[in-house]
Design a binder for this molecule. Structure first.
Ligand code: GL2
Length: 817
């Protein structure tokens, strides 16, 4: 008998069928006969929402009335993925939904597929925010996710005939969107521009223009906690302050210009990942959502109070700054406390520093945001004054801690000179209680390198919280077959809310019966993915080959180039007979990656991958041995399909560059083995699963540093390994550009002369470890044993554990009573 602890459905199938019919009739005005899959989707979603509303209301009431401090997760990105099935899972209604939809004559899968995925994030950082709010709700911790409801999410990626990336707008809000509740009655005014004047000895900001921030609320249901939190995404609307003068002169378009500009603020997600923006509109977005959120929190926690005692604010809510994007919240809270509520500087600073904490998500110095003081002064003149004052106070404080003038100078929040710059990471570190990195290695490097001066002088501020992923979406929903097997193996489904229980699978890795079942699950997932791919993308993937996947944003530091070079080398070796065709282990390689629209090298790499795929897949010499597929528009949905089908996952960034990675966790939890470097959370994954169950290659952080110092000459590596030389020469000679030698010349030139991320230096060890991988794969039982050990030993990477670490180390709060 297996113990079933999953939530029990609040409705029978019959009741739910009737509820869907009611929604169709009363909310949509559609008969059952007329209803399309998309209509059923909307009706079912509205019906599901109704089952969450009561818990949502109680959670909010308990949060405001109880003494438990809430968490405000401030994030410019929330990459939520589809909502319907997640809500159904948490309500225990998956089966009732399927049956009700069938009773209405529809296919549940098609109904679920008609949900349009909101792409309100770029990659790992945005998806992490979504996992975190899921875990907060599941642990019963009162929380708000605060962000922006962009009208256009991350672009839709297509490939043109030459294999180049083409970006199309993702106008997701053009579709029915039953999950967000827009609440015009709780809007906030956000001001910009103008100047600061002195009135009665007080600073008064006279803004030039304002935007109305309207909250759109999404319910965030917890798994089994009975709690439903709120994701509050702000949408920018203009005030109806029409410029009559201009209008009367019949210049209608000019008259509405300010309105149009105001609404532009929440129009589009910046499609950059791990790169800085430095754009005025981006700063406007940041201030827009942070200012609205801070005012919202005061409204929520001090209802109806004109003169609230805001010294208690840090006991009501703790704000987590998700990277530097919301850091303008620090001077904003200072301004609110001083200018709007009359607190003195020291009291305001005490409240502010107790309220904020900062998570850094990068190691690339260029990805730490820096804003020109001039720009801040134009948009937020009062904030610039406050930032300068924070800087002055901070420098004073430093003088009390060290005599090292150079160090003090290095730590300036606002740089000196004609064009001073505001370093947002420094502002966050000075203005918050805690700073954390997102994996052990990352947090160590933050202390040793990126924020070294700060960690030397304020060691207690620094801590680590290793990232995690939600097992509800990334195991239970994505991989029902494996979920059932885990439940069978453990004799309980409790692991979904206590992922450490996966440890109980360790002995089963040596049980031939269990190994066989595991292999069947993986194979069934591969077949399912092949069917999905055929249907959705039109390519054939052979489930009897090894499924090898590299999915993540396209970035030079992540080194998709290393994968493609090794793949070309393998292709060449089969072609020229260096390897006997019969000895080749059949492999299907999947790529998924979007490149930032302005990132030339990344886009060229996408083009190269597509053309390698075209050549390889059409070459009869390697048919059945090697295939390459690059489905366009990698997103959460594709991740949920591809990850469960993958056997070998690639995490091959240059050591010291990937802060954590979270894809690595999702793959291991779904029983893929990883080939990876000692970077980010790979280090901890390898520790947990055991060195024998992880394919490690490449230089370490120290070796990378040494090589930079000694002077790195990539051409040497090109000359030294004939496989690498062959691969690069093929590209240069036009093998993947119809004979044209120029197409990829910029890539080749970069590899041979700069190769900043040392792809060439790691090539040999990467190519060599493929033999080890293939040898193991030939022994399917041995492979599956290791895959099971990966599942069993990675329960640590649940986002529930991450949140527990945040609660203990940083937030100092817990579940509602
Ligand atoms: C990232 C890091 O690059 C990635 O390693 C990390 O796992 C995530 C979440 O912490 O954050 N930083 C970043 O700007 N993006 C990331 O994915 N976009």
């Amino acid at each position: 008998m297996t113990e079933q602890t999953a939530p029990k459905s609040p409705v029978t199938t019959e009741q739910f069928t009737n509820e869907i019919k009611e929604q169709l009739k009363y909310a949509q005005g559609i008969t059952v006969e007329q209803a399309t899959d998309a209509d059923i989707y909307v009706a079912a979603s509205l019906a599901v929402r109704r089952h969450l509303v009561d818990s949502w209301a109680t959670t909010q009431k308990d949060m405001v009335n109880g003494g438990t401090k809430a968490v405000g997760y401030l994030s410019a990105e929330f990459l939520m993925g589809k909502q319907l099935r997640n809500a159904l899972l948490n309500l225990g209604m998956l089966a009732e939904f399927d049956d009700a939809v069938k009773a209405l004559g529809h296919d549940p899968q098609l109904v679920v597929d008609s949900e349009y995925e909101p792409g309100l994030g770029n990659g790992g950082l945005g998806r992490l925010a979504a996992c975190f709010i899921d875990s907060l709700a599941s642990l019963g911790v009162p929380a708000f996710g605060y962000g922006i409801q962009y009208k256009y999410g991350i672009f839709k990626q297509e490939f043109d005939a030459e294999g180049k990336q083409v970006e199309r707008p993702d106008y997701w809000l053009a579709n029915e969107e039953p999950w967000g509740h827009i609440d015009y009655n709780r809007s906030q005014k956000v001001n910009f521009g103008g100047q600061v004047v002195e009135e009665d000895g007080k600073k008064v900001w006279k803004p030039a223009w304002s935007v109305r921030a309207v909250p759109v609320d999404y319910m965030v249901p917890g798994y089994k906690s009975g709690r439903v939190n709120t994701l509050r995404l702000w949408s920018a609307k203009s005030y109806d302050e029409f410029d009559l003068l201009t209008f009367n002169k019949s210049e209608y378009l000019d008259a509405v210009k300010p309105q149009v500009e105001a609404e532009n603020i929440s129009k589009i997600l910046y499609p950059e990942d791990s790169t800085p923006q430095g754009k005025r509109l981006r700063l406007e977005q940041q201030y827009f959502f942070v200012a609205a959120s801070i005012h919202d929190a005061i409204r929520v926690f001090y209802p109806g109070q004109d003169k609230p005692d805001l010294t208690t604010f840090p006991n009501k809510i703790t704000f987590q700054l998700n990277d530097t994007h919301p850091v303008i919240g620090i001077p904003e809270l200072m301004r609110v406390l001083i200018d709007e509520y009359g607190y003195d500087w020291d009291t305001a600073w005490d409240i502010t520093t107790k309220t904020f904490n900062y998570t850094c998500h990068t190691l690339l110095p260029e990805a730490l945001e820096v804003w020109p003081a001039r720009l801040i002064g134009e948009l937020l003149p009062r904030h610039l004054e406050i930032i300068n004052e924070i800087n002055d106070h901070f420098l004073e404080e430093l003088k009390g801690l060290t005599r090292d003038k150079e160090r003090i100078n290095r730590m300036r929040i606002v740089t000196e000179g004609d064009d001073p710059q505001v370093r947002m990471a420094y502002l966050a570190t000075a203005g918050g209680s805690h700073v954390n990195g997102v994996a052990e290695l990352h947090s160590q490097l933050l202390k040793d390198v990126t924020l070294r001066d700060f960690s030397d002088l304020f060691p207690k501020k620094f801590t680590n919280v290793t990232n995690g992923v939600t097992p509800r979406r990334f195991i239970r929903l994505a991989n029902p077959r494996l979920s059932n097997l885990i439940t069978e193996g453990l004799g309980t489904d409790k692991w979904l809310s206590d992922l450490d229980l996966l440890q109980g699978l360790v002995p089963l890795a040596d049980d031939p019966e269990f190994v066989k079942k595991f292999a069947e699950v993986k194979h069934a997932n591969k077949v399912a993915f092949a069917n999905f791919a055929k249907d959705r993308y039109g390519f054939e993937a052979n489930p009897d080959t090894m499924f090898n996947t590299m999915v993540k944003r396209l970035h030079e530091y992540k080194r998709q180039s290393l994968k493609i070079l090794a793949l070309i080398a393998r292709y060449a070796a089969i072609k020229n007979g260096t390897i006997n065709v019969d000895d080749v282990l059949p492999r299907t390689v999947f790529f998924g990656a979007k490149a930032a629209p302005g990132y030339y090298m990344a886009k060229l790499t996408i083009q190269l991958i597509n053309n390698v795929a075209r050549v390889v897949n059409n070459d009869p010499d390697v048919k059945g041995k090697l295939a390459v597929h690059f489905p366009a528009n990698y997103n959460v949905r594709l991740a949920q399909h591809l990850i469960p089908a993958t056997e070998l996952d690639e995490q091959i960034s240059q050591a010291g560059k990937e802060a954590s990675g979270t894809g690595n966790m999702k793959f291991a939890l779904n029983g893929a083995l990883t080939v990876g470097t000692l970077d980010g959370a790979n280090v901890e994954i390898r520790e947990k699963v055991g060195a024998d169950n992880f394919f490690l290659f490449g230089m370490t952080v120290d070796e990378v540093e040494d090589l930079y110092e000694k002077g790195y000459d990539p051409a040497k590596y090109y000359e030294a390994d004939p496989r690498l030389k062959m691969a690069i020469d093929m590209i240069s000679n036009g093998a993947f550009s119809d004979g044209d030698r120029n197409t990829y010349a910029p890539l080749v030139a970069d590899w041979l002369t700069k190769d900043y991320f040392m792809t060439l230096a790691d090539f040999t060890s990467y190519a060599d470890i493929q033999y080890e991988i293939e040898d193991l794969y030939r022994d399917q039982d041995a492979w599956n044993r290791k895959a099971i050990l990966n599942v069993a030993n990675t329960g640590y990477f649940s986002s529930d554990r991450s949140i527990e670490d945040y609660l203990e180390r940083i937030w100092h709060t817990g579940p509602l009573a």
